[in-house]
Design a protein around this ligand. Structure first.
Ligand code: SAH
Length: 260
């Protein structure tokens, strides 16, 4: 008898609501022997979705790095070489600021078969959960997704300000003051709408809206915290009906919504 050949599947878990898992994600979890999961992925249901699998929390919170990236890659490879079907379960989409590319490379280097199942990215789904479409006919015909983890350069801010489309910032809470100031300096209209959606697609979702000129003060007063998606652009005006209306709009997707 030959030993079973192990493998790694990178699975995008979506923005947190289990209703936004793909069919492929559910199938991969059901077949998993080992699941390495992130804090941002919808891990509450892993016992149910991956019954019998060994669950390893490799989540990172801002400022804390419980397990280094190299160590995650080492575990993925080691377990797969040992014959396990390994799922790397990540928040949103694995290739949107998810270090998915590095994990694919690590598997390839080690000769481990690797597959990727894309996920619903928070960059699009979290604004939607707050009633903000990232594009809208006549208002915005592009959206740019940018990491706010490190400060943006003056050139980047200028380009963004001049694009005239929607700007979606992930990991941007800490650098929000410098991003807002930089966009204003680069000539963006001070009355451009900004929405900050915290803990999107969860029961604890909260949306804070203000004009670009005021968002820093308003966010500070509200005590806005990570994880949050920041949307900058005229499309934010479309959200004025509030979180409750947006949640009702998305509700029929899932079991909570009931039949129409
Ligand atoms: N790969 C992920 C993004 C990873 S970067 C994706 O495609 O969604 C992590 C950042 O994503 C967080 O700092 C936050 O900006 C955003 N994010 C992810 N899930 C979120 C959620 N449920 N609510 C608000 N922001 C979220």
């Amino acid at each position: 008898m030959t030993a079973r050949r192990g493998s790694v599947v990178l699975v995008g878990g979506g923005p947190g609501d289990p209703e936004l898992l793909t069919v492929g994600a559910v199938r991969a979890l059901a077949a998993a022997d080992v699941v390495l999961y992130d804090r941002l992925a919808p891990y509450d249901l892993l016992d149910e979705l991956a019954p019998g699998a060994e669950l390893i929390d490799v989540g990172k919170r801002p400022g804390h790095h419980p397990i280094a990236q190299e160590e995650i890659e080492r575990i993925l490879v080691e377990r797969a070489l040992g014959g396990a079907r390994v799922v790397r379960f990540k928040g949103g989409d694995p290739f949107v600021f998810g270090r998915g590319g590095e994990e694919v490379e690590a598997c390839r280097r080690a000769g481990v078969p690797v597959r990727v199942i894309p996920g619903v990215t928070s960059a699009v789904a979290v604004p939607a959960a707050s009633g903000v479409p990232v594009t809208h006919r006549g208002i915005s015909r592009m959206f740019t997704v940018v990491s706010g983890h490190a400060p943006l350069s003056a050139a980047e801010l200028e380009h963004l300000a001049q694009l005239g489309g929607t700007i979606v910032v992930l990991m941007g809470v800490t650098n929000l003051p410098s991003i807002a100031a930089g966009l204003l300096r680069s000539g963006m209209n001070a009355r451009t709408g900004v929405a900050i959606i915290e803990r999107g697609c969860s029961a604890a979702q909260r949306t804070t809206i203000a004009d670009l000129a005021d968002i820093r003060a308003v966010a500070e007063r509200a005590g806005v915290a990570s994880p949050a998606v920041i949307v900058i652009g005229e499309v934010v005006r479309l959200a004025q009906q509030g979180d409750a209306a947006a949640a009702a709009m998305l509700a029929d997707v899932g079991s909570t919504g009931g039949a129409p």
